[in-house]
Design a protein around this ligand. Structure first.
Ligand code: ATP
Length: 218
């Protein structure tokens, strides 16, 4: 099967970016060999509180974390003044790349919540989905998402990049039980977040006192 130009997409709040995101992105890139791997930070996440760190700070942290990698930051959601709906992002990516294999990477927690996303059924028409494990979550065996998986599953992930959209693969990655919530909580309670995210990102957080309790909304 002919491999198409392929774009891996990892969207998120990245408040802050951490080794859970970075390791999953790296392992998926090595397994599926996308031509292009993009991290897309959202501006106004539709399903959650606004991020504590500003858009600029979250982009700066991503830039620091990605030094020495070939991954790119795609800031299109930051440039829109509308909620960061994945379907809108994929539509613009599709307009720019009509024949590319678009591969949306989502961890299992996010995959299971997919039906709550805006126009979620359009997502699989616009992109493939790569599901990666997340500690504490298991693949559904019955119900809506189990049926969705069966309907779109592609047996051989090697062929994913031959499809522009419509396929789902499950890829194994090292499960790192790290979340941005945990990192913010550690900092807010005076504990060290070291070894959960890159040192240069920690230095940036410290310099700007990003998650200090005084700045916290809660
Ligand atoms: P928060 O704790 O603030 O909700 P988060 O750590 O889940 O943040 P997000 O920026 O919301 O990070 O996540 C972006 C994407 O990365 C989502 O698909 C999410 O499931 C995935 N992801 C986050 N943490 C990990 C991890 N430790 N391992 C694998 N995937 C992860």
């Amino acid at each position: 099967m002919r491999k198409l130009h392929s774009i891996g997409i990892l969207g998120g709040t990245f408040d802050p970016v951490h080794f859970g995101h970075l390791r999953a992105a790296l392992e998926i890139q090595e397994q599926l060999r996308f031509n292009d791997m993009r991290l897309i930070p959202n501006k106004q996440p539709p399903h959650r509180d606004m991020p504590l760190a500003s858009a600029i700070d979250r982009i700066e942290m991503l830039k620091l974390a990605l030094i020495g990698t070939s991954f790119k930051i795609d800031s299109r959601e930051m440039e829109r003044n509308t909620p960061s709906y994945t379907v809108d992002t994929l539509m613009t990516l599709r307009d720019e790349n009509p024949t590319a294999s678009l591969c949306l990477i989502v961890a299992l927690d996010a995959f299971l919540k997919l039906p709550t996303w805006h126009e979620w059924e359009k997502i699989i028409q616009l992109a493939n989905i790569v599901v990666v494990p997340r500690s504490g979550w298991t693949m559904p065996t019955v119900g809506l998402m189990a049926d969705f998986l069966v309907k779109h599953s592609l047996a051989d992930p090697e062929h994913l990049c031959s499809f522009t959209a419509g396929k789902i693969v499950q890829q194994k990655t090292t499960a790192l039980d790290i979340s941005a919530t945990q990192i913010r909580a550690l900092i807010q309670t005076g504990h060290s977040p070291r070894f959960l995210l890159p040192n240069n990102v920690i230095e940036y957080i410290n310099d700007k006192a990003l998650y200090d309790p005084a700045r916290s909304k809660s």
